[in-house]
Design a binder for this molecule. Structure first.
Ligand SMILES: Cc1cc2nc3c(=O)[nH]c(=O)nc-3n(C[C@H](O)[C@H](O)[C@H](O)COP(=O)(O)O)c2cc1C
Length: 148
């Protein structure tokens, strides 16, 4: 089983629910997912570096959910070397807001800046669409899994 760390940013629970659905898909594909709903920089600095999957909604006006803000603040403050980290990123947002999925953009940029390797373009899910987030995420993840 390949280890994968899921870091979740969520205010109302949708991103958390999505993380659980995704964990099931990963398990069925020989991954061992661990979900963190109070993400910390230490979760991504363990050795050997696990694959990382960020799942984060956007709140306020393009803001990070409160539960993942300390993680982001610590990335800025500590500026750890993340060159051993590879990651995927999924954002949840709503296109009726001006800053659609800004939180995952913010996190993606910072991880990349610290040397982490982006394995695919971040998926931005519009929750105002008819398709449920887990269906959109599964299609995207299946495509990535098929390339491994
Ligand atoms: C008060 C509030 C502010 C929001 N602001 C944004 C925003 O700036 N950009 C965006 O893309 N989505 C925004 N959303 C939509 C949420 O990201 C979306 O509803 C998401 O599914 C919530 O996920 P969560 O339950 O994990 O927090 C906002 C939602 C609320 C309730």
């Amino acid at each position: 089983m390949k280890p994968i760390t899921l870091l979740v940013g969520s205010t109302l629970g949708a991103a958390e629910d999505l993380a659980e659905e995704i964990a099931e898909i990963l398990q069925a594909n020989s991954y061992h997912p661990v979900i963190h709903t109070s993400p910390q920089v230490d979760h991504i600095l363990i050795k050997p570096s696990p694959l990382l999957l960020l799942i984060c909604s956007t709140h306020g006006a393009g803001d990070l959910p409160e539960n993942i803000q300390p993680f982001y603040n610590d990335l800025l403050k500590q500026a750890p070397d993340l060159s051993a980290v590879s990651y995927l990123a999924i954002g949840l947002g709503d296109t009726s807001y001006e800053d659609f999925c800004q939180a995952i953009v913010t996190l993606d940029l910072q991880l990349n800046k610290l040397g982490a390797k982006r394995l695919a373009d971040p998926l931005k899910i519009d929750v105002s669409r008819a398709d449920p987030p887990e269906v959109i995420a599964k299609t995207w993840l299946d495509r990535w899994l098929a390339q491994q």
